[in-house]
Design a protein around this ligand. Structure first.
Ligand SMILES: Cc1cc2nc3c(=O)[nH]c(=O)nc-3n(C[C@H](O)[C@H](O)[C@H](O)COP(=O)(O)OP(=O)(O)OC[C@H]3O[C@@H](n4cnc5c(N)ncnc54)[C@H](O)[C@@H]3O)c2cc1C
Length: 416
């Protein structure tokens, strides 16, 4: 006999728990299925930045050329494993189609609105239930050791300023005023105030505890195996721990949304984009300032008693192997840009799969094919940033309410 529930969420990452929170607030009865533990996917070891000002999408003019150059370098921050995978080829084709200035200009305001709405919700959430004491608003400081990269960043800041983003270009001395640990090789910086940071897994696990107290039924170690459908309805969800029937099904399974979508006959253009992080004990005196080692594309985030540095984007399918050369490259980068980071006590090396959509915008909304399925996935490099607003938008879609933001740019219909 199938377990009956009003709303069923698949996935216990930041998106799944935020959807659960806002559905429970709206008075729905909710069951959440997670194949492992809460926050065991990409929401575990990421850089923990609520990155409102990170609003230039990944596809843009010149990105493919740069990507091809990096392909030849096994320690580069971006890598595509060459293979004849039809899903990857289709994804690359769509990605290529989004590599235009027009896409960049249309996407920046959309990402800014999404990010700001989420930041406001984080502030509200934090004021109501402080789930993570690492949560801080300290902006983000991009460190540079070459003039050419700093010039490029200045151009990006000029572009973002046209959309109201604040930022400041700093010379070497000004960088050291803000961040005294910057090494002598750092010759300049860009400071963006509109970033916050936190310990992501602590937040997601805290949200899961909170929604469980509000009677959300959380089933961990319950893997979705497949679906039964009838006409335009998902009628049953099969799992390793029995079947479920729900009026509404929310697919929030991160990078695994693509294989699950396939089981529903939906081809979601989402690739698992592997990234690494190293978590170390935070050295004494490391300031409460997230920094970016710009040329090497390594994000460094203080998280309470920990310091995390994260990097790379590899399109290599669900290959869980850790490429030691890339991990070593980010260790080297840290020592190059930041003094006092030799001999760090490393606690954990992690890899995770970002759910990267082909145009770098999430898929939030109903599909044409099924009347009772809502997608909440494809958040790529910004899922932590966009978690709360995604949860709120999904609750509004399910209730049939006017959404806080125009959903057109996130419509799954642009791909399906
Ligand atoms: C190195 C790195 C750094 C990053 N830094 C940032 C950052 O600073 N800021 C930011 O905003 N974003 C960042 N991101 C991106 C962010 O981590 C993701 O966008 C976000 O975590 C995606 O959340 P999610 O809930 O969609 O997916 P996930 O957190 O991956 O959750 C999906 C869940 O679904 C579960 N699941 C999958 N299949 C099934 C199934 N069949 N049955 C049941 N459950 C299933 C998985 O086990 C998983 O727990 C970073 C990512 C990486 C890799």
């Amino acid at each position: 006999m199938a377990t009956k529930t009003d709303t069923l969420i698949i996935g216990g990452g930041v998106i799944g728990v935020c959807v659960a929170y806002f559905l429970a607030e709206a008075g729905r009865s909710v069951t959440l299925l997670e194949q492992n533990d809460i926050a065991s996917g990409s929401s575990y070891g990421n850089a923990g930045l609520i990155a409102v000002a990170h609003a230039v999408p990944l596809p843009g003019p010149g990105v493919l050329t740069q990507g091809l150059r990096w392909l030849l370098d096994s320690a580069s921050p971006f890598y595509i494993k060459p293979r004849l995978d039809p899903d990857l080829i289709r994804w690359l084709w769509r990605f290529r189609g989004a590599c235009t200035q027009d896409h960049v200009l249309r996407t920046i305001p959309v990402l800014l609105d999404l990010g700001q709405a989420s930041m406001d919700l984080y502030d509200e959430l934090h004021a109501r239930h402080p789930l993570d004491d690492a949560f801080q608003h300290r902006g983000r400081l991009f460190l540079f050791r070459t003039q050419s990269a700093l010039d490029h960043a200045a151009e990006e800041l000029d572009l973002l300023r046209r959309f109201g983003v604040e930022g400041e270009i700093l010379d070497g001395a000004e960088v050291r005023d803000r961040f005294p640990l910057a090494s002598p090789r750092v010759m300049g910086g860009v400071y963006y105030p509109n970033y916050a940071h936190f310990a992501p897994a602590r937040f997601v696990q805290g949200m899961a505890r909170l929604v469980a107290e509000r009677s959300v039924d959380i089933r961990t170690h319950t893997e979705v195996l497949g679906f039964q459908t009838q006409g335009a309805e998902v009628t049953q969800v099969r799992t390793t721990r029995g079947d479920f029937q729900a009026q509404e099904v929310i697919l929030a399974a991160g990078a695994w949304s693509a294989p699950l979508g396939r089981a529903l006959g939906l081809r979601l253009p989402i690739q698992p984009a592997k990234g690494y992080s190293i978590t170390a004990r935070r050295p004494d005196g490391f300031p409460e300032q997230p920094v970016q080692l710009s040329e090497e594309m390594v994000a460094v985030t203080p998280m309470g008693e920990h310091l995390r540095f994260s990097s790379t984007l590899e399109l290599a399918g669900f290959d869980r192997r850790i490429n030691q050369r890339r991990v070593d490259a980010s260790r080297r980068a840290l020592r190059t840009y930041v003094q006092g980071t030799e001999g760090l006590e490393e606690l954990e090396i992690w890899r995770g799969f970002r759910p990267l959509s082909a145009d770098d915008l999430p898929l939030i909304g109903r599909t044409r094919r099924y009347g009772n399925l809502v997608l909440a996935t494809g958040h790529g490099m910004l899922g932590m940033t966009q978690g709360p607003i995604t949860g709120k938008l999904v609750a509004q879609i399910v209730a049939g309410d006017e959404p806080d933001l125009d959903l057109t740019p996130f419509s799954p219909g642009r791909f399906l």
